[in-house]
Ligand binder design. Structure first.
Ligand code: AMP
Length: 586
């Protein structure tokens, strides 16, 4: 086990006392990962010994690892949904945990997780460490600001009166966040405005006004940054108009934003002219570096399903580094990327061993042991995972989850001191299946990437995609919806090319798919349905109108809801089918 985390190397910028403390803290907890894990588990079990859940499994006050593993089952959300529902309905007894909960954190998948102020503080503290990690890699970040596209969602209450919101809402409303506001171009009024259009408009306007101070552009996920770029493409004229006249667009009606912008906005015709000049250019390649010339990096998670946006972000930014800083979810804060300026495809996250008790379930699709009912699942502790192997994390946290299967697949990249760091591989569930085939998110992404190579000579990019297992046809087949960006309509890909794209996707899918398609003929030709520009934007608006959070939103890579399919199908401009069978050999 090695530590590559030099605090005093002559090659890294000098660290402030505050940053040195933060870095030292990371060193200490990762060095003592095993001890922290043991202490965390004992603390969680002793605090909650009287909870209904632990009593249900007759833990009898035990706090040791062996009894815990023997008595408690591995669970998914469905297993504790009735308990969570009772808590949401107002049962204040110690159902899952002993301490009173302060709110429910709502995940992008609309699951509710109990939380406490103590847990939120613990998370905020971890997030505060990110700055020290970044300062170590990029000097002088305190000499400028960040243009961050951060959003809150409207908050709701459960029937029992408890607050329900995404974890990001809690973060942006925390005292900790207030102390960092001077780092951002956006005023708090823009972040806390629940109307996503007004919020985005104000973020962009403030970012343009302070273009020379901006040293980094960020959003929670890469998709959020791209959304911001598309917003600029649509609204730059209105924004430039506001900057020229020093008045705020009438569409911005939120009184607190209007008040605050009245103090900030002054007529700046030269800046407006510059923005018009840059944005009216046909070619938006490198626009970020032109409008915000001092940007040193982009700050947004671009791993997992977000990896497909890297090429578009590269396009807009002129290939600035993309820092994927953290791995976190509504259930748990997992870890930090301690080498954030590495290539995005190499980003990995070091688990913080004081955040929860972590176990890892070996994910080995080739081995029956990982799924069999007869063999015990292969579970290891945090410090015992093996480099190169893939696992699903199982967490026991301070807020009522015991041996909870997270549903992500991670690959061990190495160790930082005694704590492993992981590549995020994908969400676990298979997306598409017609017969015995199972295509997951990573397979689909690879297939789309392979097909997209055929579009290069047409200067065409795939902006978004999703899929659907069409079972009404006989045999069923995969439908892939594509929204594409054609640079030159006179040179757009023809039906033949798109048919070849279908085949390229089939060639890239796994052998089970190809066997079912070629030998058993239980799967029909793969189909691409091209949809109109803006369709995926509409999908997101639709999801948001149904309660999804703009920060957490991730395009579903497979859809099955009738209303979403109806929306997609109503925007289809052309359909293309694979012209022949893919290769298959035994
Ligand atoms: P949510 O609870 O809605 O905020 O979503 C959490 C999920 O987002 C995680 O379980 C992951 O599937 C995904 N996620 C979070 N952080 C990352 C990351 N750094 N890279 C890839 N996916 C991530």
């Amino acid at each position: 086990m090695t530590s590559d985390f030099a605090l005093s190397s002559p090659l890294v910028p000098r660290v402030s006392e505050k940053d040195a403390k933060a870095l030292q803290y990371i060193e200490e907890i990762t060095r003592n990962a095993a001890t922290f894990q043991e202490t965390v588990l004992a603390e969680i079990l002793s605090r909650n010994a009287n909870s209904e859940y632990l009593q249900r499994y007759k833990l009898g006050g035990a706090t040791d690892r062996e009894t815990f593993k023997l008595k408690l089952p591995l669970i998914t959300y469905e297993d504790i949904k009735p308990d969570i529902q009772r808590m949401a309905d107002g049962d204040r007894s110690a159902v899952l945990l002993a301490s009173p909960i302060s709110e429910f954190l709502k995940s992008g998948e609309q699951k509710l997780f109990p939380s406490t102020q103590e847990e939120l503080d613990r998370r905020h503290f971890q997030i505060s460490l990110l700055r020290a990690v970044m300062n170590r890699c990029v000097p002088d970040l305190d000499k400028g600001k960040g243009l961050y596209f951060l959003f809150v969602r409207p908050e709701t209450r459960t029937p029992g009166g408890l607050l329900v919101r995404p974890a990001s809402n809690s973060m942006y409303k925390s005292d900790h966040f207030k102390t960092r506001l001077h780092d951002y171009t956006s005023p708090i009024e823009a972040i806390l405005c629940a109307d996503s259009f007004q919020s985005m408009y104000t973020h962009m306007l403030c970012g343009l006004l302070e273009r020379e101070q901006v040293l980094r552009l960020g959003a929670l996920f890469a998709s959020g940054l791209l959304r911001a770029m598309r917003f600029l493409q649509i609204h730059w004229q209105a924004l430039a108009n506001d900057i020229e006249t020093g008045t705020l667009n009438q569409k911005i009606t939120d009184p607190s934003i209007r008040d605050c912008m009245a103090r900030i906005l002054k007529p700046r015709p030269e800046l407006a002219e510059l923005i018009r000049m840059e944005c009216s250019e046909e070619n938006w390649e490198g626009i970020i570096a032109r409008i915000w010339p001092n940007t040193k990096y982009l700050d947004a998670i671009a791993t997992g399903s977000m990896a497909q946006y890297i090429h578009l972000l590269d396009y807009y930014s002129g290939s600035l580094p993309i820092a994927s800083m953290l791995y976190s979810s509504s259930e748990c804060f997992f870890g930090l990327n301690l080498n954030p300026m590495c290539k995005t495809s190499e980003a990995s996250y070091t688990i913080m061993p004081n955040m929860a008790y972590f176990e890892f379930l070996l994910h080995d699709p080739g081995s029956p042991a990982s799924t069999s009912d007869f063999q015990p699942p292969k579970l290891v502790d945090l410090v015992d995972v093996e480099v190169g192997k893939e696992y699903e994390p199982i967490i026991t946290n301070y807020t009522g989850l015991y041996r909870y299967k997270v549903g992500d697949i991670l690959r061990v990249a190495g160790f930082h001191n005694a704590s492993p760091h992981f590549h995020f591989v994908r969400r676990k569930d298979a997306l598409l299946s017609i017969d015995y085939d199972k295509t997951d998110e990573a397979d689909l992404q690879k297939a789309v990437e392979n097909a997209s190579r055929l579009l290069r000579e047409f200067d065409t990019r795939i902006l978004e995609y999703t899929s659907y297992a069409e079972k009404k046809t006989n045999p069923g087949h995969h439908v892939i919806y594509w929204e594409i960006l054609v640079k030159d309509p006179a040179n757009s890909p023809t039906d033949d090319v798109l048919k070849q794209c279908c085949l390229a996707m089939e060639e890239s899918l796994d052998s089970a798919y190809r066997e079912a398609r070629v030998v058993d003929k239980t799967i029909g030709p793969l189909e691409i349905r091209l949809v109109k520009t803006g369709t995926f934007e509409e999908l997101m608006d639709y999801a948001i109108s149904r309660g999804a959070s703009i920060n957490q939103y991730k395009v579903a890579r497979c859809v099955s809801s009738t209303s979403i399919l109806k929306l997609l199908d109503s925007r289809v401009i052309s359909k293309h089918f694979s012209p022949s069978l893919p290769h298959w050999t035994t």
